[in-house]
Design a protein around this ligand. Sequence first.
Ligand code: COA
Length: 377
Amino acid sequence: MVNNYDGAIDRGLEGVIACTTKISYIIDATLTYRGYTIEDLSAHSHFEEVVFLLWNNRLPKEEELKHFSKKIHSELTLSKDQLKVLADLPSRGVHPMAWLRTAVSMLSLWDEDAPKTDDRSREKVMLRLLAKTSSLVPFLERIRNGKEYIEPMADKSLAWNFLYTMNGVEPEEEVVKVFDTCLVLHADHELNCSTFASRVISSSLSDIYSSVVSAISALKGPLHGGANEQVMKTLKSIGSLDKVDAWVHQVLAEKKKIMGIGHRVYKNGDPRAKILKEMSRSLCAKNGKEEYFKMSERIEEIIKSEKGLLPNVDFYSATVYDSMGIPFDLYTPIFTVSRIGGWLAHIQEQYSQNRIYRPRGEWKGASHREWSSFKNR
Ligand code: COA
């Protein structure tokens, strides 16, 4: 076997440029979507506007945004047929990300535009996927608790509807704002694992649903989107501030990882974590959850001084969601509701400049082996 490679590629493709992109970019500790900083977008834009930006490479005019938002909101409803089939899926004792992966895949079977490749059909699929995924997660929360589906309100935002259809009560504007900001902060992040997965699948010219399902599968993993849920489980299992130091030192001594800490690209801190930290500080104080905030801060302090590692987006989003009373296992599905905006932009970009992804592996296996019959093995 001839080895055509001069040297091994880094495991995890660290530093490898896999494609050109104009969607989002990280420079040092700055994250931009289409050239706008995440600080500006989280302070001034809401989620629908950010999705328009990601998909169209410009901020919308007021009327355009109204029209775009209306199109999204009109797709929020799940049909009777969809509800019936989805309600029959096992929902208790399964992870919501496994349920969501299956449910999103099933939605494609009702979508006559799913296999079409013209721009108009693809846009319809994108709007549908964005909207309906945000309705699936609250529906799951309701059915697994024996509650009925709640019809979304087309004149309200995606964030408002998420909270309303999950809890069955109209959410306070302040809570909607926090939730919407979380959606903005998670909407895109360059070539992370799930986005790359979605681009790899779309590079085969497979359909948008298939690409999104692959991305959901990647986001589910604890080294990626699944970390936020693990952060809250960790805080709960540590229990109190006075136990944090011993816990962190034990984890580090055992060479285990602390979820929500570290990042492949950000070595000087994740800008989203800084915004979420301040949100967590005020929400935890308001909702009597200061202990969890103080515990998080102490973990951050120790891991920074001992390993030079900093929190990533998942670290403080955990206590933000917990303060809002959201169950732990819905944190990663909520991440999906947001990141699907970015995935869909990347899938479109991939189609528009496509060449199938087909890397090679560096051969490390045995060569020149001679086949032998059963009796000689
Ligand atoms: N806790 C403790 N140590 C950590 C760590 C963590 N969360 N993240 C990285 N490290 C350490 C590693 O043990 C390794 O130390 P070593 O050089 O002494 O062996 C070093 O930092 C480099 O880590 P590595 O796993 O090679 O980094 P990576 O770039 O491959 O992985 C992450 C990046 C994000 C996957 C990794 O930091 C991680 O697993 N974090 C926890 C999961 C998480 O929060 N994921 C969400 C990402 S947004």
